[in-house]
Each structure stands twice: as structure tokens, then as C-alpha cells.
Design a protein around this ligand. Structure first.
Ligand code: NGO
Length: 528
């Protein structure tokens, strides 16, 4: 496998001018083995540059860990101890580096806030970054260079824990690399969300967007409007029991995400997709009559009452409580598929919603439809259509609006892979691995320049998803494809090379017990 992958990477590197050549070769080393040294093509997202040094690191039972950040050190120690069974004592803030040292000094400025430099020698590993987030992302790369079994939650004795020696310099292309989980159509518990966070963090995701309300369910307790959760959260698609997060639950998720260097973006979808709220309070309806709870999967039939003053009291109080619980900069106000709201009501609502969110010290994020209104400078628009042009969005971008790219025909993790896939939908077509990977977020929407793109997000809608295994099956292997688009330089984009790298993830998911889709577009190595 490695031989094939190496060749693919070298071919890609030659074609794309990447720094993949072994340093030993460049330095004119005499040994032909050293001259041929290169990193195996296994890291997703592919790093900015990888330079092999011809050595091989072996993690031995007597190895020690040092870390300038206790959280990242503890994270790495937890994974390594479980699979290797080694003691791996961790010292935080030690003067001398351990066998594996996570250091907050000495990283080049070029790696920025989230990047890192990883130097692997025969007897030591040095990871340097300017922030704990950078160390955390570098740890993911280090783990991917160790054998797949390193991800096993149980001790594995049959493996030599080796990693190719060399230096990796790495930092992200985009500042926003998100994943969205719809907990409204089907409710997922705190533990299930944490499990997804664990998986997302392996691929350097830094924003977790939770779709907390929709027609079928309201999933966050709001003290000033208690029926939202108790009534609006009492069911889900298909009529199950639903559920909601208490504010303490929500804070647990916020903190868990933060400990994985992910910022939470809560979404309260408005003015459409609001049946659960309208069913919870008759007074929110224009006619004063609460509709019944809804457990189907239609869209576009509900709307907040735009002319009603109470609508803005409601929004102000909901956003106020959510903003107080949310350390991140964004509150997502939805704004999609408001087909039961007139165009003038819609733009007036979005204008007011932006003021309300701004009053609570947050910036608005919204589905791209909000570009029909005049957007505040800080508002972030999320493109989700299947088209390649959108004149209102392009006009907003020309005036400074930043865009997160989630084109449904590439980035929606709830689309079926092929017509044989049983989970998911196909309104945006079928999205197999190559479709998920085969586009450039920085050069996709006509009339929108790369500088307007804040990043990429992979939304996972849950109309058909009930279990964590369902989530795993839809997210893997596509989520890593989208996060490579979000992290890696455009110059590294190469389908063949990517498919080989993605294949190398299969044995890791196998070791973790992740039930993923074995796309026929990828050659999965044995042990996948
Ligand atoms: C659309 C719709 C959602 C659906 C999803 C299903 C957006 C932004 N609004 O995406 O309500 O759940 O498709 O793929």
C-alpha cells in the first residue's frame, strides 16, 4: 500500500510542484535507501509540506511525553496509552523535552494560529505550534503517521509503533472548517454529539454548527419560553420521543467542543422551519392558534409572524439566552426555505434579526438566502444551493460579505452516495467521494472572488438518520474529503493522490469501530 501511495504522491508532487522530496535526497546522501525516503501518502488533510529525512521513529515502551499544554498532552497520552499499553508518563511544562514533546515555542510564524511544525527523528518527535489548537491539529497528523491500530481503544500488542522521519510544516487554507449536525429532525444525545466531535477533530474541523430547531423539534431549553423545549422538543421525524438539551447540557457540549478546539455555532432556524416553536406558543401565530406538532419531512410550510411585535420579543429573548451560553462569535439564524413568508416580510425580518443578534454581541450566520436582505458587515452567509451562481450572494460578497461554502451537491453529508444507498436523500443528486472532493471552494461561485470565502462546512441533516452508526456511515468517508478542501492548499488538489490517502484512513476507522461507506471509488487496503 505504502509503495503505491508513495508513487502516487510523488507523481502528484512532481505535477503540482509540492515539497515531497526526501531531504536526504536533496542533501545528496549516499545511501540509495535514504535518497528514496519520502513520507507515505497517508495524511488527510494533506499537509502543506512534508520532507522526509530517511529515519524511522519507533515509539518504545519506555517513551515519555512532555507538553506545554495539559489538554493536548492529555489527549495524545490517552490515545497512545490505550492502544500501546505503554505507561507514557506525561510532564506538563517540563524543562527538557520527552520522547514526544509538544512545544509552544519555536514554531515558525508561517504556521499561524492553527498550524504546526512536526519534526520526527529516529528517537524523538518534536511538535511545535503557536497555540494549543495548533498542537492539537499537529497531534492528529502524528497519529495518522503511526500505524492504524494506534486508534484502537483497546491495547494492541502485535504492532511496531513506527513513524516515518522528517519534517512537516502545515497550516490551514481557510479559517472556517465546519461540520453541521441536525439534532432537530432526530434528536441526538450529548454523548452522541461528543462522539461526533471526537471523530470530527481527527480531520481538523474547527467549527461545530448545531441545527437546534426546525419544524419537527426545538432542542434547547430557553428559560423565558419553557414550552419551546417541553412541547416543541417532545417529538421528532417519525413521531419518536425527541428530546432537548438543558442549558447545562448545552454548556457541556460547548466545553467539549472547545477542548477539541472547535467553536460551537448554534442555529435557531427562522423565520421558516419554525413549526415546533409555533406549536409551543399559540401567541406566536398570526391567527393566535397553535398548529399541531409535526413529524413529517416537508419543508417551507411554517413562518414566524413577521408583523407581530411578540415575534421580536421572542427572538430577542431566545438569542439573548443562547448568546449568553455561547462563547463563539456566531449565532446562526437559518433563513432558508422561507416559502411561507412574503419577500418583503422576509427581508424586514432578516434586517431585524441581524440587529437583535448584534445587540447581544454576536455576528449572524445564515443560509445564503439571507443575501436577499441588506447584510451587516459581520454577517456570514452559508451557500447551500446546487447552482454555481447566485447573483444576490455575489452582490453581497462584492460588498464584503464572507461566505461559507456548503454546495449541497458536493458538501451535504445526507445525500445518498449512490442510488443503492438506503440512508439519506437525493434531492441534490448522489454524492460519492469524488463528488465530495471534486471542487474548489475558493473558485466555485461565479462572480465571487476567493477572498470572499471564509471556508467550508459539511452539513449532516437527519431526516433519515437515527443512530450514531447512521451518522458515521454518512460522514465517512466524505467528511475528510471536505475537510481536506478546507485545510490543504489548492495546489495539492489531486483526486488520485487523495483517494489513496483516504484509503489509508479505512484501517483507522476499522480500529475505532466506525462503520463507514466503502466507496468503490477508493482502494481500501486490507484491514479496512
Ligand atoms: C435543505 C433544507 C433542510 C433539509 C436539507 C436536506 C437547507 C439549508 N434547508 O438544506 O431543511 O433538511 O436540505 O438535505
Amino acid at each position: 500500500m505504502f509503495r503505491r501511495a508513495r508513487l502516487a504522491l510523488l507523481a502528484a508532487g512532481v505535477a503540482l510542484g509540492m515539497t515531497v522530496t526526501g531531504a536526504a535526497g536533496a542533501a545528496g546522501a549516499s545511501s540509495s535507501a535514504a535518497a528514496a525516503a519520502s513520507f507515505p501518502n497517508v495524511v488527510v488533510p494533506v499537509p502543506v509540506s512534508e520532507t522526509a529525512n530517511g529515519s524511522t521513529f519507533t515509539l518504545a515502551s519506555a517513551a515519555t511525553l512532555t507538553a506545554d499544554d495539559a489538554n493536548v498532552g492529555g489527549y495524545l497520552a490517552g490515545i497512545l496509552r490505550a492502544s500501546t499499553g505503554y505507561a507514557l508518563p506525561l510532564t506538563v511544562g517540563a524543562a527538557a523535552p520527552g520522547t514526544i514533546a509538544l512545544s509552544l515555542s519555536g514554531a515558525p510564524a508561517t504556521v499561524g494560529a492553527e498550524g504546526y511544525q512536526l519534526t520526527i527523528k529516529a528517537s524523538s518527535v518534536l511538535l511545535q505550534a503557536n497555540s494549543a489548537a495548533g498542537l492539537f491539529h499537529g497531534v492528529q497528523t502524528l497519529l495518522q503517521l503511526l500505524p492504524a491500530q494506534v486508534m484502537s481503544p483497546a491495547k494492541v500488542t502485535s504492532v511496531a509503533w513506527k513513524a516515518t522521519g522528517g519534517t512537516i510544516l502545515d497550516y490551514p487554507r481557510f479559517g472556517y472548517r465546519g461540520a453541521m449536525l441536525d439534532v432537530a429532525r432526530h434528536f441526538f444525545t450529548v454523548a452522541q454529539v461528543e462522539h461526533y466531535i471526537d471523530e470530527l477533530s481527527l480531520y481538523k474541523v474547527n467549527y461545530l454548527h448545531l441545527h437546534l430547531s426546525d419544524d419537527q423539534g426545538w432542542r434547547i431549553a430557553i428559560n423565558s419560553w419553557p414550552n419551546l423545549a417541553t412541547t416543541g422538543g417532545s417529538t421528532e421525524v417519525g413521531g419518536g420521543a425527541g428530546g432537548y438539551y438543558t442549558q447545562a447540557d448545552y454548556t457541556t457540549i460547548v466545553n467539549y467542543a472547545a477542548s477539541h478546539y472547535m467553536t460551537l455555532v448554534p442555529e435557531i432556524d427562522t423565520p421558516g422551519h419554525t413549526n415546533a416553536a409555533l406549536a409551543s406558543y399559540a401567541a406566536l401565530n398570526c391567527n393566535g392558534v397553535a398548529p399541531p406538532l409535526y413529524t413529517g419531512t416537508d419543508v417551507g410550510f411554517s413562518s414566524l409572524c413577521v408583523s407581530l411585535p411578540l415575534t421580536y420579543t421572542f427572538l430577542d429573548q431566545v438569542v439573548g439566552e443562547l448568546a449568553a451560553l455561547t462563547p463563539g462569535p456566531y449565532i446562526h439564524i437559518g433563513g432558508d426555505e422561507a416559502s411561507s413568508t412574503s419577500q418583503s416580510d422576509y427581508t424586514s425580518f432578516i434586517t431585524k434579526a441581524q440587529q437583535i443578534v448584534g445587540n447581544h454581541g454576536k455576528a449572524v450566520m445564515g443560509w445564503h438566502n439571507i443575501a436577499a436582505a441588506t447584510l451587516a458587515p459581520s454577517t456570514l452567509a452559508q451557500f447551500w444551493d446546487t447552482t454555481k451562481s447566485n447573483s444576490a450572494l455575489a452582490a453581497a460578497a462584492a460588498k464584503g460579505t464572507k461566505i461559507v461554502m456548503s454546495p449541497a451537491n458536493h458538501a451535504y453529508l445526507d445525500m445518498k452516495y449512490t442510488k443503492k444507498t438506503t440512508l439519506g436523500q437525493n434531492w441534490a443528486g448522489y454524492v460519492d467521494v469524488n463528488a465530495a472532493y471534486g471542487w474548489d471552494p475558493g473558485n466555485y461561485l461565479s462572480g465571487v472572488s476567493a477572498s470572499a470565502i471564509a471556508g467550508v462546512e459539511a452539513p449532516l441533516w437527519s431526516e433519515t438518520l437515527v443512530t450514531s452508526a447512521n451518522i458515521d456511515y454518512m460522514a465517512f468517508p466524505r467528511l475528510p474529503a471536505l475537510m481536506e478542501l478546507g485545510w490543504s492548499p489548492e495546489s495539492t488538489h489531486n483526486q488520485t493522490s487523495f483517494d489513496a490517502r483516504l484509503g489509508a484512513q479505512g484501517p483507522r476507522w476499522h480500529a475505532m469501530g466506525v462503520d463507514y461507506y466503502k466507496s468503490t471509488q477508493v482502494k481500501w487496503p486490507s484491514g479496512s
